[in-house]
Design a protein around this ligand. Structure first.
Ligand code: CUA
Length: 365
């Protein structure tokens, strides 16, 4: 969807003097002033409306479960509009009655006014709640519940950790982080666990939220009916960097997915030149190897994300920054500046060691 405003952006408010200030009194109101007001109110209103759109909209569904959720949302909006405007209408009628004693519709003991109060105050709200309850429980809950394993074609295991997503493809050696690839139009059984506190896996365009609870295994269907990149977000407060715990789901055409998975299942390529070999030694002899795994090397740490194919990812630190050389260098030098509170310490490396380490990390494709 084309959306020039990202979620969270706010339209800039134009400063103006309060209406009773001297500045306001001195202002002259020519025939153009109304148009000038329209001139900034219209864009400001449009910008406010657009703040609701973006990559994470539940109203832009890309799967059957999310279409059900979007339908429920619209039904709830319609029901609440009926109840709200009904109540507003009754308030308006009572205001009319105070102004016009004996107004025909609203005489004392009038059956119509009793009917309006009972209808809008009791019958319609209860009817709306019952219809929504039945719709939500029989239809939407059923459409979004964990899929029968026999109806899915593959499994992806995602473990939430403070603050990234560890992603594994059982039966293959493929491990990645924060960027999940699935084949398009394929029912994927997503297994959700946590490595520490409660997280919640949520890709609004593909399905509802599923909590990751210590000691429990939850499941949900992951399905996308067209290729694309879908943004997701941890939906349960899980500590200081909860907001920086996002992920992408890439729904790839089947051939591209198979190629991605085949590459992801391979161990890392050997370092080719002297600088890359020095960088690998820097990685293995510093704290890096205690926390990160690079398949094909002795690095087997399990605290941070798997780095075997680091360069195939588009972002770093759970979508906090882009995965480009300058950003990667900044991250390795001072990760606490970019994502305070995360478990990675800055490294005190000499210039040549640092350059060699970067050169080695660039080979992890
Ligand atoms: Cu993980 Cu919030």
């Amino acid at each position: 969807m084309l959306c020039p405003i990202r979620p969270g952006d706010r339209p800039a408010a134009a400063p103006s003097p309060p209406p009773d200030s001297p500045g306001a009194l001195k202002r002259t109101r020519g025939p153009g002033s109304a148009w000038r007001r329209v001139g900034w109110i219209a864009p400001a209103g449009a910008a406010l409306l657009l703040t609701g759109c973006g990559q994470q909209s539940t109203l832009d569904p890309r799967s059957e479960p999310t279409r059900e959720i979007a339908n429920l949302w619209w039904a709830m909006l319609a029901a609440s509009a009926i109840v709200f405007f009904g109540a507003a209408f009754l308030i308006f009628l009572s205001w009319l009655r105070r102004r016009k004693e004996g107004w025909p519709l609203l005489g004392k003991g009038d059956g119509l006014s009793t009917g309006l109060v009972v209808g809008f105050g009791i019958v319609i709200p209860i009817a709306c709640l019952i219809v929504l309850f039945v719709f939500a429980n029989l239809d939407v809950t059923k459409a979004t519940e964990a899929p029968a394993q026999s109806t899915t074609s593959m499994t992806v295991e995602v473990t939430g950790r403070q603050w990234f997503w560890d992603v594994r493809y059982p039966g293959t050696g493929a491990v990645t982080a924060n960027e999940i690839h699935i084949p398009v139009r394929t029912r994927v059984n997503l297994v959700a666990r946590t490595g520490d506190v409660i997280h919640s896996f949520w890709v609004p365009q593909l399905n509802r939220k599923i909590d990751m609870i210590p000691g429990r295994t939850n499941r949900i269907l992951l399905y996308a009916d067209r290729p694309g990149r879908y943004r997701g977000q941890c939906a349960e407060f899980c500590g200081f960097q909860h907001a920086h715990m996002a992920m992408y789901v890439f729904a790839d055409p089947p051939a591209r997915f198979r190629a991605w998975l085949a590459n992801a299942a391979r161990p890392s390529r050997p370092a080719l030149n002297a600088q890359q070999r020095r960088g690998q030694q820097v990685f293995l002899s510093n704290a890096c190897a205690n926390c990160h795994t690079i398949a094909g090397t002795p690095a087997r740490g399990g605290i941070g994300p798997d780095l075997t194919h680091l360069q195939t990812r588009t972002t770093l630190a759970a979508l906090t920054i882009p995965n480009r050389k300058g950003w990667l260098a900044g991250w390795v030098l001072d990760p606490q500046h970019i994502k305070p509170g995360n478990k990675m310490p800055g490294l005190n490396l000499t210039g040549p060691d640092f350059q060699a380490l970067l050169a080695y990390l660039e080979t992890l494709r």
